[in-house]
Design a binder for this molecule. Structure first.
Ligand code: KIV
Length: 436
């Protein structure tokens, strides 16, 4: 509740690839248009991608992964258009997001990704190759030494094209040997990588594994770790993607990869809105020297949460991917209260059952249909019903109120989704009419 009336986002520091200019600032890398679009059934047109990219820029996303340019001519065009338009729209603070394109670790992919993102003011190429035993042996059919060489060649090739913002990901890092990871990461830093992204590709890790893994890799790189930004990319197969991402940041990652509404391959990715609100509410108090994670700076992002709801709605509409009602932050029930005890608390003081306001994430508190408020259902108490009737302009004596409340309970028992204002007015009319 401390953050209720405080600023929920930080001023963005200068952007320099590989450089952490503010020790507590966590870059938000949104991959809705790349990993998110890999959700089965979530296909987006180029115009929809451009609209979403514009919303992401307004939200304050630091890096937009716009797509996988080698995948198809349409993908290339979409990334290229975003680089030319959104990647050149400098905001009033002089800030413009980085536009990133994904590529496998081969020259053809990298060339295509670079061509697509090059028109942006801040272009980035993101190249990856798997490092886990199962991926190397059965998918790539390569030895660890061969994989190491391919990774180094890929980063060198991107650099030779003129790209100075290069992200490297050892795919399936969550199931890779940390010693081998250190060898690969150290070699790609020498080759010119500026961001080291650590993907828990299969969502296999738990927070107390993933956080310390980030720390172990940073320590393993020695002074080379100061030349790069560590990043997390956590899939959600065990529902731990947000927790793992936050654990990564607590252990030194300064970029978090995520998607709007948590969409992505299989069970999806870390949800941007969850990561951002966790850092907005806990970052200033939980990670500093007094926090349980030991010495460290306060953590903040540059995301302005007030744009979360419109962005979530746009992604939901364009992808056709429904958001579960009880989804944290953006689910339809996230700010709804049904039980009598909770409603009574909310009427007396909203902080009894809400740790953030709906307004802070761009959701206006209003009637039931708006998704922010009290739901009058079978668990509701007399106080909630009476308060709503007063708001609707009815002043009822105790006997009438009691009679209406009894009828309300009978109807609520049968009516799924609760009673709306029309239902309440019908109950009042019934009571008044029957009394005449
Ligand atoms: O899940 C994954 O490993 C990825 C990488 C390409 C970052 O999407």
């Amino acid at each position: 509740t401390q953050a209720r009336h405080t600023t929920l986002h930080a001023k963005r520091p200068d952007y320099i690839p590989g450089v952490i200019s503010d020790p507590g600032y966590v870059r938000i890398f949104d991959t809705t248009l790349r990993d998110g679009e890999q959700s089965p059934g979530a296909t987006l047109t180029s115009n929809e991608k451009l609209d979403i990219a514009r919303m992401l820029a307004k939200l304050g996303v630091d890096i937009i992964e716009a797509g996988f340019p080698i995948a198809s001519p349409d993908d290339f065009d979409a990334v290229n258009q975003i680089a030319r338009v959104v990647g050149n729209e400098v905001d009033e603070d002089g800030y413009v997001p980085v536009i990133c394109g994904l590529s496998r670790a081969n020259p053809k992919d990298i060339e295509r990704a670079w061509e697509a993102v090059k028109p942006a003011v801040r272009p980035r190429v993101h190249t990856f190759i798997a490092t886990s035993p199962i991926h190397m042996e059965t998918k790539l059919k390569k030895t660890p030494d061969e994989v190491l060489q391919i990774a180094v060649d890929a980063v060198k090739f991107a650099k030779s094209l003129g790209c100075d913002d290069i992200e490297f990901s050892p795919e399936d890092a969550g199931r890779s040997d940390p010693e081998f990871l250190i060898k690969v990461l150290s070699a790609v830093v020498d080759a010119g990588a500026t961001t080291l992204n650590i993907p828990d590709t299969t969502g296999w890790n738990v927070p107390w594994e993933f956080g310390p893994l980030i720390q172990q890799l940073r320590e393993g790189l020695g002074e080379k770790a100061d030349r790069v930004v560590f990043s997390t990319h956590c899939q959600n197969d065990l529902g731990l993607s947000t927790a793992n991402s936050i654990a990564g940041a607590a252990h030194g990652a300064r970029q978090i990869e995520c998607t709007i509404n948590g969409i992505g391959e299989r069970a999806g990715n870390a949800a941007l809105e969850e990561v951002v609100m966790a850092l907005a509410l806990k970052g200033p108090t939980h990670f500093g020297a007094k926090g349980p994670c030991g010495e460290g700076p306060d953590l903040r992002t540059g995301i302005d949460p007030v744009h979360i709801t419109p962005t979530s709605n746009m992604v939901k509409e364009y992808t056709g991917m429904a958001v579960q009602p009880h989804k944290a932050i953006v689910g339809a029930n996230a700010f709804q209260h049904e039980s009598g005890i909770h409603q009574d608390g909310m009427i007396k003081n909203k902080q009894t059952y809400e740790i953030m306001t709906p307004e802070s994430i761009g959701l206006m508190r209003g009637d039931q249909q708006s998704g922010a408020g009290i739901v009058l259902g079978k668990h509701s108490g007399r106080n909630a019903v009476s308060t709503r009737l007063n708001e609707l302009g009815y002043e009822l004596d105790d006997d009438k109120l009691q009679a209406i409340f009894i009828r309300f309970k009978e109807v609520a028992e049968r009516k799924k989704g609760g009673l709306d204002d029309d239902d309440l007015e019908a109950l009042v009319a019934d009571e008044v009419y029957s009394a005449q």
